[in-house]
Ligand binder design. Structure first.
Ligand SMILES: [Zn+2]
Length: 400
């Protein structure tokens, strides 16, 4: 990308997304200068626009892009429970080429709506990982791939076989994303966590997605799924729709990342996550769009749904800036000032940064339709108001 200065725009700077009116100089994929004095290289008039950090989608399964809206109205167990859920049976009928081209279209949808990074829960073992990498090859997006293997669900598999499979997967992906405690033996969880952490990668699992799972876990193990996931040292917890007060305290005390997927919970009639409680505990929260089968991967839609359903259901004000942080800065590398030693593997694997001089340019530029820049993104911007998605030296102008 040639050196360019975008002038006279509103920039949401730093960890606190502080709005400032400024020019921004980008060269060689980096933010060189943020000031009103800079006019170097190609000068682009940014009047009537704003720039915020590009989005990190904290949870997707883009492998089911072929079967959008399939099975609507079925229960979560019927639909997605491995290995014989309707989703898995439907996907087994699709060719590799179909899967690849549908994943490509989902990734383009993400880039066009401001996402440069997404954490994908990739099924189908090593082959599944390779298909996603092949699909992503010419798209300006960064998939963070958490793999898994059918052997995890095979109660005949030995510990040696499981460990060998985990190690092999981790050579090709960024961590392991398990479906849930009710489907995977504890020993598999332990191996996944040990091997992932030793290799600087991310061990993750779906937990507490619906009340029945939490109750079943309490009955069988004396602890909730969420307590068990923390005891075992999973780093990134998905859904957490039904935490107990003790779970909420443990998540916060142990500095865990939680990805909420409110539209997925809504589609599957599972409830509305207690975002106000997470915010009181200052939890590290990300937001994700979950299966493409259930939702489009457009995070602006997810943020709007989240802000309004949580305000409506819990009858409490939620600050839109905090919702925008869930899709942007919450997953970004922490500087010394905000050092977070528990999650260094997460930050180095995801490799996303806030808008500051010297950082990589990972930016979303949109039209400024509202005077409130946070609600501008959450409440106003449509895909056709996106001016540019910038990921280091790659720039996409989706509406040109
Ligand atoms: Zn999921």
């Amino acid at each position: 990308m040639t050196m360019k200065t975008i002038v006279n725009t509103i920039i949401l700077k730093g960890y606190d997304l502080t709005p400032i009116k400024s020019n921004i100089l980008i060269d060689d994929g980096k933010i060189i200068e943020i000031s009103n004095e800079v006019f170097e290289g190609e000068v682009i008039d940014g009047t009537g626009t704003m720039i915020c950090p590009s989005f990190l989608n904290g949870h997707t399964h883009i492998g089911d892009s072929m079967i959008k809206d399939y099975g609507d109205g079925k229960s979560i167990e019927e639909l997605v429970k491995p290995p014989n859920g309707l989703k898995h049976l439907a996907l087994s009928e699709c060719s590799d080429d179909e899967i690849i081209s549908s994943m490509k279209s989902s990734m383009w949808n993400m880039v066009k709506t401001g996402t440069t990074h997404f954490i994908d829960y990739r099924e189908g073992g090593l082959k599944g990982i390779k298909l996603l990498k092949k699909a992503a090859i010419d798209i300006p997006i960064n998939p963070i791939i958490l793999g898994r293997d059918p052997i995890f669900h095979d109660d005949q598999a030995t510990e040696y076989e499981v460990r060998k499979t985990v190690v092999k997967l981790l050579k090709h992906c960024d961590g392991i994303g398990l479906s849930g405690f009710s489907e995977v033996p504890k020993k598999v969880c332990e191996i996944v966590i040990e091997e992932s952490i030793n290799r600087g990668k991310i061990p993750s699992i779906h937990v507490g997605e619906y009340l029945k799972l939490q109750k079943k876990s309490l009955k069988e193990t004396g602890k909730t799924e969420i307590e068990n996931s923390i005891d075992l040292n999973f780093k990134l917890l998905i859904h957490v729709t039904y935490p107990t007060n003790n779970d909420l305290n443990l998540i916060s005390k142990n500095n865990k990342f939680v990805t909420l997927c409110p539209r997925s919970n809504g589609t599957l009639t599972l409830g509305i996550p207690p975002l106000t409680k997470f915010m009181e505990k200052e939890t590290n929260i990300l937001i994700g769009t979950d299966n493409i089968m259930l939702n489009s991967p457009n995070l602006m839609r997810e943020m709007e749904y989240t802000l309004k359903t949580v305000r409506a259901y819990y009858k409490k004000y939620i600050d839109p800036k905090k919702v925008l942080k869930m899709a942007t800065v919450n997953g970004c590398k922490k500087t010394d000032e905000y050092l977070d030693k528990d999650n260094l593997n997460f930050y180095s694997t995801v490799n996303k940064t806030v808008i500051e001089e010297g950082n990589n340019a990972q930016l979303l530029m949109t039209k400024l339709i509202s005077k409130n820049p946070y609600l501008n993104i959450i409440n106003r911007v449509e895909a056709n108001n996106v001016v540019a998605t910038i990921d280091k030296d790659k720039v996409l102008y989706p509406n040109e």
